[in-house]
Design a protein around this ligand. Structure first.
Ligand SMILES: [Fe+2]
Length: 195
């Protein structure tokens, strides 16, 4: 088998047009399949549950990405006497959100599903509105972000029963971490709005 693989992966020579015609990739795939090189996912979570959890995480990913983009936009466009405070605060928040999208996407992959990653997909999946076309006033930005963090928290919380029933501890852990951040950030932003 090793010899066969070596033969198939050997660099093509200038005269190997025959090999191109036979379709090396197809042969490699067939060989890998016959060899059992890609076993089916068997992590102890039912296929149906993995699909449902991946779907929920796709919504969470879209929400998180949309909130990230909104926060970064506000970092750029905030004006007024609170500029310095909000510009810096928004930077901390968008950095945290940017770092959060990767573990969510990679958990979807670990469950055997494709992670969405396009504006078209995110606009369909997100429960948050798109970033406002015109920059709002500073405190309106804060209000929009409070609502955004609370919306993401609802998306994460809405998955907890499913994840618990499926004994999916890594996703439960991820959701708990995200809930902690979103609820704390919503509180901090909300405090700015209180007189
Ligand atoms: Fe910046």
């Amino acid at each position: 088998m090793v010899t066969q693989l070596k033969k198939l992966t050997k660099k093509p020579s200038a005269t190997s047009s025959k090999a191109k015609k036979t379709g090396k990739t197809g042969k490699l795939r067939a060989l890998a399949k016959a060899n059992g090189a890609v076993p089916a996912i068997n992590i102890g979570i039912r296929k149906k549950d993995r699909a449902a959890i991946a779907k929920g995480l796709s919504h969470l990913l879209a929400d998180t990405y949309t909130l990230y983009l909104t926060t970064h936009n506000f970092h750029w466009n905030v004006t007024g006497p609170m500029f310095n405070t909000l510009h810096t605060m928004f930077m901390d928040q968008y950095t945290e959100l940017w770092n959060a999208v990767d573990p969510i996407a990679e958990r979807i992959r670990s469950l055997g599903h494709i992670a969405p990653g396009s504006y078209a997909a995110f606009s369909k999946l997100s429960s948050l509105p798109d970033v406002p076309a015109q920059p709002p006033k500073a405190l309106e930005m804060v209000r929009i972000l409070v609502e955004g963090h609370e919306a993401v928290a609802r998306t994460a919380r809405g998955m907890l029963d499913l994840v618990d029933d499926a004994d999916d501890e890594p996703t439960a852990d991820l959701l708990t971490q995200r809930l902690t951040v979103h609820e704390q950030t919503a509180w901090m932003l909300r405090a700015l709005l209180e007189a």
